[in-house]
Design a protein around this ligand. Structure first.
Ligand code: NAD
Ligand code: IPM
Ligand code: MN
Length: 350
C-alpha cells in the first residue's frame, strides 16, 4: 500500500555512474513508481565531515522498502582514506544492522560475452548457479585485534564468528532456493579440514537441514578444490552455500567466468523482511576507471531487477533481464559504449 520507497546510495567511484543507469532502467521497467531518496554517503562525505553513517541516517534508511547501492571505497591503500572505514562503517554496517543474512549472488553464462573458460569446459553443461553467501557473520564481524602494533612482536587476529542460529538460517535459505530450481542441488563450500570448529558446525547443520529435504541433492567441496571446479566444471554448481569470506572470493571468480565483473548483480537480502534489503553490483568503486563513463552499468541494472523481484514484481524483473540479454547478444565485439549509452540501450528495449 502506498508508494514504495527506495533509499539510493550511489557511493564512490563508478558507483554514481552505474546507479544512474540502474535508476533509468527501473524508471521505465517498474510497474510502480518509487519515491527515491538519495543519500550522499561515501568517501566525499567522510573526507568533508568525518561522518560515515550517522545513526539518524541509518534510522531513515531503515524506513524504506529497499535500498539501491552503487559502490563504496577508495583506491586501495590511499593514505587519506584508511582501509575499512567505508567498507566496515558503511557497507558492512548496513548489511549487519539490516540483518542481510543472505548475500545472494546469481551467476549465469551470459550470451554474447567472452568467458575465459576453454570450449571443452563450456561444453560440459549450462553454467547457471547462485551463491548464497552468509552475510552477517564469519571473519567479517570485526572480532579480533592487534597487539604491539609496529613492533617485531606484533600479533594480528581476525576471529571468524559462526553461530548455530546464523549458520542454520542461511543453510535453510539455500535449501529453500534449491527446491525451486530444476536441478535441486546444494553444495556446501567450506574448509572443514582446517577450520574444524566452524567447519564442524556448518557440516552438522548442513546434514541436518539436508535430511529435511530428501529431494535435494547435496555435495560438499573444500574451498580450494571448489576453485578448481569453478574453472574446470562450473556446470556442477546449482546452489552454493558458504561463509561470508569464501562467498566474497567465489563470487568475483564466478563473475569473471560468466561474462565479467561488470555483469554480476547481488542482493543483500533480509528474508524475514524485518528491514529493507539492499541491492548492489558485486563489483567495487573501480577507482581506475571512475569518472570516465567507462564502467559497465549492467551489474547495477541487473541488481535493480533483483530489487523488483524482491518487492514482488517478478515480471518486471524478468523484463529487465530479457532486455539485458538482448543487449548483450547484440553488443559489438571490440567496441565500447559509454556507461550512459549502455543504460539508454537497455532502457530503450523496455
Ligand atoms: P573493483 O571491483 O572496484 O575493481 C576491480 C577491477 O574490475 C578494476 O579493474 C575495475 O576497473 C574493474 N571493474 C569493476 N567494476 C566494473 C564495471 N562495472 N565495468 C567495468 N570494469 C569494472 O575492486 P577493487 O579494485 O578491489 O576495489 C576498489 C574499491 O572498491 C576498494 O575501496 C574496495 O574496498 C571497494 N569495494 C566496494 C564494494 C562495494 O561497495 N560493494 C565491492 C568491492 C570493492
Ligand atoms: C563485496 C565487497 C565487500 C565484501 C567489501 C567492500 C566489504 O568486496 O561486496 O563483495 O567483502 O563483501
Ligand atoms: Mn567482493
Amino acid at each position: 500500500t502506498g508508494t514504495p520507497t527506495l533509499a539510493v546510495i550511489p557511493g564512490d567511484g563508478i558507483g554514481p555512474e552505474v546507479t544512474a543507469e540502474a535508476l533509468k532502467v527501473l524508471e521505465v521497467a517498474s510497474p510502480v513508481k518509487f519515491e527515491s531518496t538519495r543519500y550522499d554517503l561515501g568517501a566525499e562525505r567522510y573526507l568533508a565531515t568525518g561522518e560515515v553513517l550517522p545513526d539518524s541516517v541509518l534510522a531513515e534508511i531503515r524506513e524504506h522498502d529497499a535500498i539501491l547501492l552503487g559502490a563504496v571505497g577508495g583506491k586501495p591503500n590511499d593514505p587519506d582514506l584508511p582501509p575499512g572505514i567505508l567498507e566496515r562503517g558503511l557497507l558492512l554496517k548496513l548489511r549487519f544492522e539490516l540483518d542481510h543474512y543472505v548475500n545472494l549472488r546469481p551467476s549465469r553464462l551470459f550470451p554474447g560475452t567472452a568467458s575465459p573458460l576453454a570450449e571443452p569446459v563450456l561444453r560440459k553443461g549450462e553454467i547457471d548457479f547462485v551463491v548464497v553467501r552468509e552475510g552477517t557473520e564469519g571473519p567479517y564481524t570485526g572480532n579480533g585485534g592487534a597487539l604491539r602494533v609496529g613492533t617485531p612482536a606484533e600479533i594480528a587476529t581476525e576471529v571468524s564468528v559462526n553461530t548455530a542460529y546464523g549458520v542454520e538460517r542461511v543453510i535453510r535459505d539455500a535449501f529453500a532456493r534449491a527446491e525451486k530450481r530444476p536441478r535441486k542441488k546444494v553444495t556446501l563450500v567450506h574448509k572443514t579440514n582446517v577450520l574444524v570448529n566452524a567447519g564442524s558446525l556448518w557440516w552438522r547443520l548442513f546434514e541436518q537441514v539436508a535430511a529435511e529435504h530428501p529431494d535435494v541433492t547435496t555435495d560438499y567441496i573444500h574451498i580450494d578444490a571448489a576453485m578448481i571446479f569453478m574453472v574446470t566444471d562450473p556446470a556442477r554448481f546449482d546452489v552454493v552455500v558458504t561463509d561470508n569470506l569464501f562467498g566474497d572470493i567465489i563470487t568475483d571468480l564466478a563473475a569473471a567466468i560468466t561474462g565479467g565483473i561488470g555483469l554480476a548483480a547481488s542482493g543483500n537480502v533480509n528474508p524475514d523482511r524485518t528491514a529493507p534489503s539492499m541491492f548492489e553490483p558485486v563489483h567495487g568503486s573501480a577507482p581506475d576507471i571512475a569518472g570516465q563513463q567507462k564502467a559497465d552499468p549492467t551489474a547495477a541494472i541487473l541488481s535493480g531487477a533483483l530489487l523488483l523481484d524482491h518487492l514482488g514484481h517478478p515480471d518486471a524483473a524478468a523484463a529487465i533481464e530479457a532486455a539485458v540479454l538482448a543487449d548483450l547478444t547484440e553488443r559489438e565485439p571490440g567496441t565500447s559504449r559509454r556507461t550512459s549509452e549502455v543504460g539508454d540501450a537497455i532502457a530503450a528495449r523496455l
